[in-house]
Design a protein around this ligand. Structure first.
Ligand code: PRP
Length: 207
């Protein structure tokens, strides 16, 4: 049985489509269920539905053998896992954004709202800029609108959330996409299955 940590939400459907296309089908899997564990013994697979920021923890601790995680979350949470493959979907940009009419005075302490405190701290440290991090869990775009922060550090995919809330991209920090990761011990002891999985995904991506 191989245990796969699947991110709930925007990446989830694409991840399941990919894994089922290479043989890891799970007939009981249904997106409108509240269940968090799905397994199909005939295909030798068990899926866990996990909040994207927690995928790394489950894989690092070996509860899941492999998982899919955005590069943005991987950079932020830095789990001790092997990063095996760029899956080429879930592409987005990690950016600094602000209200359309925002102008930085480069003197005051910058108030930055984000769910990426580690990346944010490092980014501004490299620029020698003093900041105050306001740690939020979602709907980050609300912070500058309500005056809670000057800017936000967040992902932009289609750009609709920024546009519809009158925000603009100010700086680019990094590019992200979905990555296949593996637990270090599972990779060692289950090398052939994880290797075959990776090869099948690469073949699938080339079609
Ligand atoms: C993410 C991100 C932005 C939005 C960007 O939020 O934090 O808010 O998607 O996507 P777009 O450029 O396609 O509009 P998510 O939908 O994951 O929900 P959250 O706000 O609860 O974190």
């Amino acid at each position: 049985m191989i245990n796969i940590a699947m991110p709930k939400g925007r990446l989830g459907d694409q991840v399941y489509k990919l894994f089922s296309s290479i043989g890891y089908r799970c007939s009981s899997m249904s997106s409108d269920s509240r269940k968090l564990v799905f397994e199909d013994p005939s295909c030798g697979v068990r899926y866990f539905l996990i909040k994207p920021f927690d995928v790394g923890i489950y894989v690092e601790r070996g509860v899941a053998d492999v998982g899919v995680i955005g590069k943005d979350v991987l950079m932020e949470t830095k789990p001790k896992v092997y990063e095996l493959l760029d899956l080429g979907f879930g592409c987005c940009e990690l950016t600094v954004s602000a209200l359309n009419d925002y102008q930085d005075d480069f003197e005051s302490v910058l108030r930055v709202a984000t769910k990426y405190p580690n990346i944010t701290r490092q980014y501004y440290q490299d620029q020698n800029r003093e900041i105050e991090i306001i740690r939020l869990n979602g709907s980050i775009e609300l912070a500058p609108i309500l005056g809670l922060s000057d800017v936000i550090v967040d992902i932009v995919e289609t750009g609709s959330t920024l546009r519809e809330n009158h925000l603009k991209i100010c700086e680019h920090i990094a590019t992200s996409s979905a990555r296949l990761i593996a637990n270090m011990k599972s990779f060692q002891f289950n090398q052939s299955e994880i290797h075959n999985m990776t090869e099948s995904i690469i073949e699938m991506m080339q079609q």
